[in-house]
Design a protein. Structure first.
Length: 283
């Protein structure tokens, strides 16, 4: 990071697989530059909270603030901001272009979107760092050009696994023969969320406990690497789960939590060995 600035770059992209410490890198680098004001931008509350905790570990004397939802802590030394809020013109206008010395934009593969571009065009920090684990977008947008074509460092998932930095894993995919995905519109690098939800909600693929069990169970000695994703399929969770106490517990758990937040079961525990996907590989 120091070398790239010595070469005259004021922006740079770092590609690191999940688990390699992208946020820690940003925190240490901001400390190395001895900057006063840091802006950390992300699109999810969970990421902002994790970043806040990490930066305070490295810079415990700094004043932490948020610019997301209804919070407007403009005078913070470390400001964690949601791109949905700060990316709007009337919020950007509250800050001078050089207000922040160091800007970190997490999940930089989203930076081709209009809200990110508005932010990138407005601010002129001493250094801007883009972080991502997945630099290759399906819509072919060139995100590296947004960092002045400066790729500072690059370590992908399988490189990290071969180096012993990350644990190997098995990934289980389920073939879905019930939906013709060719009929679902493809927008902004993904299936249209509303149309996808409608198609899935119209199915009865989980009508019996046996059908669900055959698709979604894994050996009980395994541990999951991921959480439940079904809460994102519709505003009310996964509406198809019915007919089984275990499945209804999952359904209620998903309804009671926000997308991407930790899933907690109420009432009884989920069925033994109930792991939807991704378990570590045996050593």
């Amino acid at each position: 990071m120091k070398q790239t600035r010595e070469e005259g770059f004021r922006r740079g992209l770092v590609v690191l697989a999940t688990g390699l410490g992208k946020t820690w890198l940003a925190a240490f680098d901001s400390q190395q530059m001895q900057v006063r004001r840091v802006l950390f931008v992300a699109h999810r509350e969970e990421i902002l909270n994790q970043a806040a905790s990490t930066f305070l570990r490295i810079r415990p004397q700094s004043r932490l603030g948020y610019y997301a939802g209804r919070q407007r802590d403009r005078d913070a030394d470390i400001l964690c901001a949601s791109v949905q809020t700060l990316g709007k013109i009337h919020h950007l206008s509250q800050f001078a272009p050089d207000h922040f010395d160091y800007i970190v934009i997490d999940e930089f593969h989203h930076a081709a979107a209009a809200t990110y571009r508005a932010l990138l065009n407005h601010f002129q920090p001493r250094f801007l760092l883009g972080l991502t684990a997945t630099p290759n977008r399906t819509d072919q947008s060139d995100i590296l050009s947004l960092c002045d074509d400066n790729l500072v460092f690059n370590t992908h998932l399988f490189t990290a696994i071969r180096a012993g930095l990350l644990a190997p894993f098995h990934y289980y995919g389920l073939l879905d023969e019930t939906v013709d995905y060719r009929e679902i519109p493809w927008r902004n690098g993904q299936f249209d969320p509303k149309e996808l939800s409608n198609r899935l909600a119209s199915l009865q693929v989980l009508r019996t406990p046996h059908a669900a069990s055959s698709r979604l169970t894994r050996p009980p000695e395994k541990r999951t690497l991921g959480g439940f994703l079904w809460a994102q399929l519709s505003p009310n969770g996964f509406d198809l789960i019915s007919g089984s106490l275990g499945l209804m517990l999952v359904f209620r758990a998903l309804r009671s939590t926000r997308p991407m937040s930790p899933r907690r079961f109420s009432g009884r525990s989920p069925p033994p060995g109930f792991w939807p996907y991704a378990v570590p590989a045996p050593r």
